[in-house]
Design a protein around this ligand. Sequence first.
Ligand SMILES: [Zn+2]
Ligand SMILES: [Zn+2]
Ligand SMILES: [Zn+2]
Length: 136
Amino acid sequence: MNATEILKLHEIKKTPGRIAIINALVNYNQPLSENEIKAEMQEMYDRITFYRNVQALTQAGIIHKIVIDNTTVKYGINHCDHGHQHQNEHAHFFCEQCHSVVCLEEVKIPEYNLPSGYKCTESDIIIKGKCKKCNQ
Ligand SMILES: [Zn+2]
Ligand SMILES: [Zn+2]
Ligand SMILES: [Zn+2]
């Protein structure tokens, strides 16, 4: 699926900025930070539009935000081949050496037994270490 088809499938407007963000994530096939996407977009990058587009793409279920720490935030593409569902909550791996982030789609987020009265709306798992390449 190309960027135009992805936007159409999720029923949001096609803009050059949104297409550029999706293309960057699809081409790299791994989550990217704002700076990494910016490098791909080159002169098309604009800070305010970037944030608006990221928000629109997140709300539409096209991308997800991965917060590693105060300084590292990455955006990953959602894969919706299975009947267009986005409940695919998965763990993420952060490589401390090359700072790459990988979506571990096969590692599901467990359901925790919370004390009574608590309701979970979101739970993230970030596993840190060395990626396959750096661990060689
Ligand atoms: Zn979808
Ligand atoms: Zn690495
Ligand atoms: Zn992910």
